[in-house]
Design a protein around this ligand. Structure first.
Ligand code: ME8
Length: 630
């Protein structure tokens, strides 16, 4: 029976030929985030992960290690499990495709598809990529991973994928958000429209796989590893044993996958589900790749980063925050320690950490830590309503699978609270209006309490620490109460606390400018006329791109009202191009044009920098393009 409260969130099951790395961790963090987000909202979420252990690739890897496939798979499967335990991933089940229940489920599904008339016997002749475990249309090199393919010619059972072409197109037409981000859905629809061929779903040239059901009397075949693997999403829910209670989670499923396995999930999987008369997923959440210097992380290239080691260097939650905040889900991102340190220091230590410290510092100094007010709405109703609206808008970003936007907007609440403190100057206000100062601090505490719930899916431990500081616990009933429009956290007691987000060391970074010994020179004062020689104007960035072969420069097209200028700016290590589009900046325009990396730059974007951090300068409120800075 359809139970709207139950939902499944899954990761791919990872191949056991590769040790767990940062890419796998990213997918798993997204899935864990979705579980925590929906669980807080009262959903009963089943988080599923595990390992994909059959197939030619694993058999070959095991042979290389002089181990039996099962021995080999067991070791690496355990390494994945240990990794998720280290990161406190809240999975409900860790499936291995070598589990008995899974094997039974695959055989049962094969039998049903066969009985439906969707499976027939034939012969496969063509190319095969062992690395992707995919049949490719006659290419010497795999079009997906670029590795050499092998030629296969073997007896095989086929699944009538071609029969499902129209039903698949219908499904994607009727469910435009089934694949997120949307551009991936369009890619899939175009692929299906080109025509689908039937799919080979058994292999005979090796043995490491699940045998066909005994009823087919064909012992030399093993099930194709992708049919075997995809079925994990239902075998883990008791498909073979008809566990209706657990299978109910499958009525609302979100599969989190990387873009490399989109086709398997967006075409084969729903076709298999249609054949089995099972419900189709609600969303495929398709993320991009983490690269190292532009190259996808992979064991065969030897450029993998271990998530646990990175977490030990920078903190588990700093890593989680960085991966989920830095790059829009769906886009590729290049991992760099420098970017992680900068992001952590700017957002976690400076903005959020500072706000928490200011609140508790002032509460202790002015009120011995005891806060209580009934006049928050009276004094600060407008600011509160504005922040509340911001918080409420976050849900749309999460439901669209855009955690970076969710976090960007959550941080606007912290930034807004810091700005409000600066504007109200409580250090002066306390001298004249104790009651209003108290209301201000209670408002800040209330906003932090609400924000702790929003932070929880991304940084569970830090969010819990923040909540504890405010005397709250982050559970579903509290969430409901705390989210009320005019909820006020009062009374509360604040005590001295160590910083929640200590600054990360920048010392291991390569220096950005060469250190040159300089003699201090007395400051030279300018006349006002000197300043007026500078033509500084406000503009809006309408296009932003990386500059090939430069890790520092971005090429920006900036609209200054009367004309658009191309300006090269050395901000690539601080901003992603896609985050800049639509943002206002200030630029010096009457600077001699300069050529950099073969391109002409017609001005200079202004920024503030300190200790390796850099922020662009913009007017506090939007201004017409071309406005003059004076
Ligand atoms: O494809 N950046 O397993 P797999 C981001 N067994 N994510 C990455 C990544 C990177 N550099 N590298 C890997 C398989 N991933 C099949 C799945 S599911 C029924 C069967 C993540 O071990 C990403 O989620 O090759 C990608 O889709 C997945 O690991 C591939 O894992």
């Amino acid at each position: 029976m359809n139970n709207p409260k139950k939902m499944l969130v899954s990761t791919p099951i990872y191949y056991v030929n590769d040790v767990p790395h940062l890419g796998h961790a990213y997918t798993t963090f997204i899935a864990d985030m979705l579980k925590k987000y929906h669980a807080l909202r009262g959903k009963d979420v089943f988080l599923l992960t595990g390992t994909d252990e059959h197939g030619q690739k694993i058999a070959l890897s095991a042979a290389k290690h002089h181990q039996s496939p099962l021995e080999y798979a067991s070791q690496i499967s355990q390494a994945f499990k240990d990794q998720w335990d280290y990161f406190n991933i809240d999975y409900n089940h860790f499936i291995r495709t070598t589990d008995q229940a899974h094997q039974q489920a695959v055989q049962k599904a094969f039998e049903i598809m066969h009985a439906q008339g969707d499976i027939y016997k034939g012969k496969y002749q063509g190319s095969y990529c062992v690395s992707c475990e995919s049949f490719v249309a006659s290419h010497a090199l795999c079009p997906d991973c670029g590795k050499e393919t092998i030629i296969l010619e073997e007896e095989s059972y086929f699944f009538r994928l071609s029969h499902y072409q129209e039903r698949l197109l219908d499904f994607y037409k009727q469910h435009p958000k089934a694949i997120l981000p949307l551009f991936r859905r369009n890619e899939v629809v175009r692929f299906i429209e080109q025509g689908l061929h039937d799919l080979s779903i058994t292999r005979t040239s090796f043995e490491w796989g699940i045998k066909l059901p005994a009823s087919l009397h064909d012992p030399k075949h093993v099930v194709y590893v992708w049919l075997d693997a995809l079925l994990n999403y239902v075998s883990a829910l008791g498909y073979a044993s008809l566990d209706t209670n657990k299978m109910a989670y499958f009525d609302h499923a979100i599969h989190v996958v990387g873009k490399d396995i989109l086709r398997f999930h967006a075409i084969y999987w729903p076709a298999f589900l249609m054949s089995l008369e099972l419900p189709l997923f609600e969303h495929l959440c398709v993320h991009g790749w983490w690269t190292i210097e532009g190259v996808k992380m992979s064991k065969s290239i030897g450029n993998v980063l271990c998530a646990k080691q990175e977490a030990q260097k920078y903190g588990e939650e700093n890593l989680r925050y960085f991966l989920l905040r830095e790059v829009p889900l769906g886009q590729d991102g290049d991992f760099s320690s420098l970017a992680l340190i900068r992001r952590s220091n700017a957002d976690l230590s400076n903005t959020l950490g500072n706000l928490i410290q200011r609140l508790s510092g002032m509460a202790i100094q002015y009120f011995q830590g005891q806060l209580k007010s009934t006049q928050v709405l009276e004094h600060y109703g407008t600011s509160y309503a504005h922040m509340q609206a911001l918080l409420e808008s976050l849900d749309a970003s999460m439901l669209e699978m855009q955690p970076h936007k969710y976090l960007e907007d959550l941080w606007k609440v912290f930034e807004g609270a810091n700005v409000l403190i600066a504007k109200e100057e409580p250090w002066n206000l306390i001298k004249t209006d104790k009651e209003k100062t108290m209301s201000l601090l209670v408002l800040i505490a209330t906003l932090l309490a609400k924000s702790a719930f929003y932070l929880y899916p991304i940084m569970p431990t830090s969010a819990q620490k923040l909540a504890t500081l405010l005397g709250l616990s982050l559970d579903s009933p509290n969430f409901k109460a705390c989210m009320q429009k005019d909820y006020v956290l009062s009374p509360l007691t604040l005590v001295k606390n160590p910083p929640l987000f200590p600054k990360l060391e920048l010392s291991k970074e390569p220096p950005t400018t060469p250190a040159v010994a300089t003699q201090p020179t007395p400051p030279k004062l300018l006349k006002i006329g000197d300043f007026s020689k500078l033509e500084i104007k406000v503009g809006t960035i309408i296009q932003a791109k990386s500059v090939p072969k430069s890790d520092k420069l971005l090429q920006l097209e900036v609209d200054f009202g009367d004309r658009v200028r191309v300006i090269l700016s050395g901000i690539a290590q601080h901003y992603q191009p896609h985050d800049l589009i639509g943002k206002q900046v200030c630029a010096l325009l009457n600077l001699e044009p300069r050529k950099m990396m073969g391109m002409l730059s017609e001005g200079m974007i202004l920024s503030a920098s300190d200790a390796g951090m850099l922020k662009l300068i913009a007017p506090l409120e939007p201004m017409p393009n071309g406005s003059t800075i004076s």
